[in-house]
Every structure is written in structure tokens, then in C-alpha cells.
Design a protein around this ligand. Structure first.
Ligand code: 8X3
Length: 247
């Protein structure tokens, strides 16, 4: 089944790469977007998609992405994002916060603005923003990331209101604890021990494919069905702070 074109940002690893693979399996022609060209070229070759090197925080690069992606797009997955640091507000580095706002919030805004005409032109567009449980609750040390992901959540709600009556549905997937190769390493500046400690003793954190599965499900619902929000966590994580860890 040909489902048209899907654009996935942050497709070089983790949830983005898994989502690109899942969407290709569902019948989308996937435009794989990220800064790291080699990775997305390999992925695009694997899934018979298209690789477009793009930093979503750069408006010119996003404009070039829109030109490359085509006049009609069925699906945009705004996945590019991430956390930097786990510093309390009183000692947080404003540059870390700026970077988190840039990639999570402004990047999502820019990709959405640039691709919205093509999503609408498809007659049946879908936007899936990858938020986080961090977009629904606060936690110590998470101030910059939680503020940015709350921004993504509110942007998603706002856009759904603004687009009512037009043929583009707007959805959010908010994962909790997902063990990927890079999220935690990036947060802790490459410190493997701190990165691994996040998942220590947790029986089966989510993996990228679990989130990709949710995105694939949302995207393939009948077009009149708008899945506003899916919060998805591992069974070991009853709430942000309530994580079961074995010995
Ligand atoms: C990732 C979830 O708990 O690290 O988006 O904020 S958490």
C-alpha cells in the first residue's frame, strides 16, 4: 500500500531511525532527516527512502528540506530533540537551556511551518510530535528539558486548535523511559556510567521500536481519527519518579 511521503526528523538514531523503518514497512516513502549524512544515507538506502541532511534549528536548511521533500507530504514526525544535563535551576547553564529550546521547540516549529503547506496539499496530513513524560511533569534537575518538552506539548495543542477544519491532524507521543544508544549519553555529555545508571536494574525499559510502533499505529488510523496524545512508559515505570528497580 502506498501511503505517500513521511518526513522523520532526528532519523540518524534511536526513536527516529526506528520510526523511519516502521513507516517504510507500513508503505510510506520516508524522507530521513538529520545532521549526520552518513547515517541517514545508510538508513535511506536500507528502506528505499530519501536522505536529507538538515539541522532543524537552521531555517535555511529547513527551507531546503521542504523543497526536497516534495509538494505533498502525508506525515511529519517531529522527533529531533534531546536533553542536555541534569542541573538544578539554581546552577543551570543558560546555553544548555537555549540549545534544548532550539532543538526541541524551535526545531519543531520550523519543520512544522515549512512542511505544513505540503501536509495540507496532501488532503490528509498528519503531524506527530515526539514529546515526553517530561512534557507533563517536573522533576529535579530536569528544568530545561521539562520546560522544552512542555513547550512541545503546548505547541501541539495550539496547532490542533488552529488547524481545525483543515485536513491535517496533530498528535503527540509522550514516551517515558526509553533506552536508546544516545539519549542518555547526550544528556550526560558522553559519561557512560551516568548514562547507564538511568536504566540500572530496570526490567525492560522501552526501546525505540516500542515508540515507533505507537507512531506507526497513530499514522495508520483512518484519517478522521485524531489520536491527540499517547503517553507510553515501560511497565516498570508507574510514574516519572516511581520506577521499579530489581537488585
Ligand atoms: C525522556 C524521559 O524521564 O528522561 O524524554 O525525561 S525523561
Amino acid at each position: 500500500m502506498d501511503r505517500g511521503t513521511a518526513v522523520v526528523t532526528g532519523a540518524s538514531s534511536g526513536i527516529g531511525a526506528a520510526t523511519a523503518r516502521r513507516l517504510a514497512a507500513e508503505g510510506y516513502r520516508v524522507v530521513c532527516v538529520a545532521r549526520r549524512t552518513e547515517r541517514i544515507e545508510a538508513l535511506a538506502e536500507e528502506i528505499a527512502g530519501l536522505a536529507v541532511t538538515c539541522d532543524v534549528t537552521d531555517a535555511d536548511q529547513v527551507a531546503a528540506l521542504a523543497a526536497a521533500a516534495g509538494d505533498e507530504i502525508a506525515l511529519l514526525v517531529n522527533n529531533a530533540g534531546g536533553a542536555i544535563g541534569l542541573d538544578p535551576v539554581e546552577s543551570a547553564d543558560p546555553d544548555d537551556w537555549r540549545r534544548m529550546f532550539e532543538v526541541n521547540v524551535i526545531g519543531t516549529l520550523q519543520a512544522t511551518r515549512a512542511l505544513l503547506p505540503a501536509l495540507e496539499a496532501s488532503g490528509a496530513g498528519t503531524i506527530v510530535n515526539i514529546g515526553s513524560t517530561a512534557g507533563r511533569i517536573a522533576y529535579e534537575g530536569g528544568g530545561g528539558y521539562t520546560a522544552a518538552k512542555h513547550g512541545v506539548a503546548v505547541m501541539t495543542e495550539t496547532l490542533r486548535l488552529e488547524l481545525v477544519g483543515r485536513p491535517v491532524r496533530v498528535c503527540e507521543v509522550a514516551p517515558g523511559m526509553v533506552q536508546t544508544e544516545e539519549f542518555s549519553l547526550t544528556r550526560f555529555g558522553g559519561d557512560v556510567d551516568r548514562a547507564d545508571a538511568v536504566y540500572a536494574g530496570v526490567d525492560e525499559p522501552l526501546v525505540a521500536d516500542d515508540v515507533a510502533d505507537v507512531v506507526g499505529w497513530i499514522a495508520t488510523r483512518p484519517q478522521h481519527v485524531n489520536v491527540d496524545l499517547v503517553v507510553v512508559k515501560p511497565i516498570a515505570q508507574a510514574a516519572q519518579h516511581k520506577v521499579h528497580r530489581g537488585s
